[in-house]
Design a protein around this ligand. Structure first.
Ligand code: SAM
Ligand code: SF4
Length: 327
């Protein structure tokens, strides 16, 4: 088992397989995109598999693939198939914007993916274009249906709630849980990325969202399990799906943090909001043995901060965009 200096058990690795994306969400990226990492610096699938095998042998048991948009990287299904063969991975999941999910859902399931999180911030077609600067609402919606049919469950819909952007849709997202087996998760807007300027006043706090949901119907708490991460879970009486509330800004959940991140260019990141990075790519490419790579992992663990600094004077927006970390 892996523990950091604050006695947190670390068993979760989020892997960003690409920094490229087929959308341009306003809160994440500028219109023109961000400078991309050159191809030769991106870890090959074989390199990622090697890192994962070593990490899993040490105690990582949950893996999430993310990006950028993971489904635009060529060969992703075969990569999932190879990952799923690694003994010791108990939960293999993927976060996607859903644009290509309709084409991939069944193949991903067959390849061994357990579940998907789909990011969707609006249920309105025109607004989807305004937020993402691309068309595609119908495609994402079809992708969600396909994921349900493929049993990539529990299927979680991640909605970043931003005042003035989609705050009038809190209730319509919650309504979905009455008729579909989806977990709708509301996520506070975070100060990261190269998106439009972040203002504290734009955040809808989980407290505010919860208050709005409670005016719809009583929210019944659900005990958390090991797959929940930082979400607080609820459901409405008679609903097929669930509600999750994630408050990275207002609700300090760092005490339960169980994760590390691997960037597309082979850096281990110890926290979403810190620029501390431990390189593995050069080690992989310079013939390092498994023991040396294992030491990189232990080094990352040692350097994991106790908590993030948002809301404090020390906080600096991190240098890397969310799409190159894997939010
Ligand atoms: N492209 C994929 C997607 O959108 O699901 C995966 C990568 S994306 C960076 C992962 C998640 O980060 C998405 O759910 C997105 O909404 C979220 N995200 C990006 N920027 C954010 C911000 N400033 N605050 C909160 N969430 C953010
Ligand atoms: Fe792309 Fe995801 Fe960022 Fe939107 S949030 S621009 S889909 S990486």
């Amino acid at each position: 088992m892996l523990f950091d200096p604050f006695q947190r058990r670390i068993n979760y690795l989020r892997i960003s397989v690409t920094d490229r994306c087929n959308l341009r969400c306003r809160y994440c990226m500028p219109e023109e995109g961000i400078p991309t990492i050159p191809h030769e610096k991106i870890l090959t699938y074989e390199e990622i598999l090697r890192v994962v095998r070593i990490f899993v042998a040490e105690g990582i048991s949950k893996i999430r693939l993310t990006g950028g948009e993971p489904l635009i990287r060529k060969g992703i299904v075969e990569f999932v198939a190879n990952l799923s063969k690694i003994d010791g991975i108990k939960d293999l999941s993927l976060t996607t914007n859903g644009i290509l999910l309709k084409d991939f859902a069944r193949d991903l399931k067959r390849a061994g993916l357990n579940r998907v999180n789909i990011s969707l911030d609006t249920l309105q077609k025109d607004r989807f274009y305004r937020i993402t600067r691309r068309n595609g609402f119908e495609r994402v919606w079809e992708g969600i249906q396909e994921a349900i049919h493929a049993h990539l469950s529990p299927i979680k819909i991640n909605m970043v709630a931003i005042r003035g952007m989609n705050d009038d849709e809190i209730e319509s997202f919650a309504q979905l849980t009455f008729r579909l087996p989806l977990t709708v998760r509301y996520i506070e807007y975070m100060p990261s990325g190269n998106g439009e300027e972040w203002k504290e006043g734009s955040i809808l706090t989980v407290k505010e969202i919860k208050g709005r949901l409670e005016r719809m119907a009583p929210l019944i708490p659900i005990a958390s399990n090991s797959l929940d991460g930082p979400a607080r879970r609820f459901h409405f009486e008679g609903a097929l799906g669930e509600i999750g509330l994630i408050g990275p800004v207002s609700d300090h959940f760092c005490g339960n943090c169980n994760r590390l991140r691997l960037t597309p260019d082979g850096k281990i990141r110890t926290c979403l909001f810190s620029d501390e990075e431990i390189d593995v790519r050069e080690y992989l490419r310079n013939g390092a043995g498994d023991e040396e790579l294992r030491e990189r992992l232990l080094e990352a663990l040692k350097r994991k901060p106790e908590k993030h600094q948002i809301n404090t004077r020390q906080f600096k927006k991190c240098q890397r965009n969310m799409s190159a970390i894997g939010g």
